[in-house]
Design a protein around this ligand. Structure first.
Ligand code: HEM
Length: 402
């Protein structure tokens, strides 16, 4: 097995050399990922798309590939983790479609367009509180809080609960090591308890928000465990990922200052394309969850065995020279830009319209208020997150100037 290091700061800073070597090895390469263990990852756009759309040969729940159910697959984890692991991302076929149907309409483009005024208000309130007299960590004080506030509001989670939940799950953003994963367990247990309590409270006293709608959705009739795992995924996926897109883009705009004018233009078609550019170039979620091989076969020239795991390496697809000319360059307004940064196939990101709107608004509002956002001199080398599979800033110190 080659030792491709896809989570080291060198890779996160400049992934092209490693991605090129990986691609030279083949469309599938074997690597080892903390927690997941030995697995294959795709190295091309074609292999990633083929993997993600093929529900005959690849499944999300190992039970459908001759193994244990996903709730018990990671047998070494405490039992309560079974509920969280059996979530929308790890189910197949009708089980997956059932959950997806319950939430799809709430994240449609139309539903997200209707949310825009609230997202703008949240962005403006946060900007009002930023200190422009000294360097601040824009990741913590803006890029993270904006999507957290938005998803909490959308779900109908009250500010106190939101703060407790965010605190409880914070350790999962620490560098992915076995020790840190174990350290995260008490917080995950607490988040599960908090969500169960919140669901109970809302059941008794309805309030605005998606959680309440799902609880009272007689058509889809979700169980308590489904409600907990779904709201957990929405809460986590709803802010951790967008945080990285926004912080990556701010980082990009401190490197390439002439691009800022785009976010001062009030031209939503252009800002949309610019955000898509960052999505492709940075690929803030670098890989999908594992898929399991249903039966032995040959996939893109590589023999794969039942039960083996394959992940789509989205960053490799998005930097594939067969698909993108000058893939290593963050070209503005690139067209066509058919990246798969939000995944592909039945599990394509539910929240992509929301993420795009949040990133566009976050950047528009920031650069319209502060024409000049400079990296603080003490932050010459920004810190990347060490959360496996994510490409974003752990800390980005900037000085805001009107
Ligand atoms: C820039 C921000 C985001 C990125 C890069 C991103 C990326 C992704 C990717 C790559 C997948 C597919 C994973 C796989 O196939 O294993 C996914 C799925 C998902 N995302 Fe996002 N996401 C973002 C924001 C959001 C937001 C704001 C939400 C809020 C609800 C969200 C909710 C979900 C859910 C629920 C799924 C699972 C869909 C399913 O299994 O059917 N994501 N996302």
């Amino acid at each position: 097995m080659d030792h491709f290091k896809i989570n080291e700061p060198d890779f996160l800073r400049a992934p092209t050399p490693t991605l090129t070597r990986m691609r030279e090895t083949g469309p599938l390469v074997a690597i080892k990922i903390p927690f997941i263990g030995k697995c294959w990852v795709t190295t091309t756009d074609a292999a990633a798309r083929a993997l993600l759309k093929d529900e005959v040969h690849f499944v999300r729940n190992p039970a459908n590939a001759g193994g244990r159910d996903i709730s018990r697959y990671y047998w070494f984890l405490p039992r309560f983790m079974g509920v969280l692991n059996r979530n929308i991302l790890s189910l197949d076929g009708t089980e997956h479609a059932r959950l997806r149907k319950a939430v799809d309409q709430h994240f449609s483009r139309g539903a997200i367009d209707a949310l825009q005024p609230e997202i703008k208000q949240i962005a403006d309130d946060l900007l009002d509180r930023l200190d422009s007299t000294q360097p601040i960590d824009i990741t913590k004080e803006y890029a993270q809080i904006l999507p957290l506030d938005v998803i909490s509001k959308l779900l109908g989670i009250l500010p106190d609960q939101r703060t407790e939940l965010a605190r409880a799950i914070a350790p999962i953003s620490e560098p992915t090591t076995t020790w840190n994963m174990l350290r995260a367990m008490p917080g995950l247990y607490k988040s599960l308890k908090l969500l169960r309590a919140e669901i109970e409270t809302i059941r008794k006293t309805p309030r605005a928000g998606l959680l309440c709608e799902l609880i009272h959705d007689a058509e889809n009739n979700l169980t308590d465990d489904e409600l907990v795992s779904l709201s957990f995924v929405l809460f986590v996926a709803g802010h951790e990922t967008t945080l990285h897109l926004i912080s990556d883009a701010i980082f990009g705009l401190t490197e390439n200052t002439q691009h800022r004018a785009i976010f001062q233009s009030n031209d939503s078609a252009t800002t949309f394309r610019a955000v898509e550019k960052y999505m492709r170039f940075f690929s803030p979620v670098m890989m999908t969850k594992p898929l399991f091989v249903r039966k032995d076969h040959v996939f893109h020239g590589q023999a794969v065995k039942q039960g083996e795991k394959i992940l789509a390496l989205l960053i490799a697809a998005n930097h594939d020279p067969e698909r993108f000319e000058n893939a290593q360059i963050a070209e503005l307004g690139r067209r066509p830009n058919a990246h798969i940064g939000f995944g592909f196939g039945p599990h394509v990101c539910l929240g992509m319209h929301l993420a795009r709107a949040e990133a566009q608004i976050a950047l528009d509002r920031l650069f319209q208020r502060y024409a000049d956002v400079q990296r603080a001199p003490q932050d010459a080398a920004p810190e990347y997150t060490q959360r496996f599979g994510m490409r974003g800033m752990r800390r980005l110190m900037v000085q805001l100037k009107p």
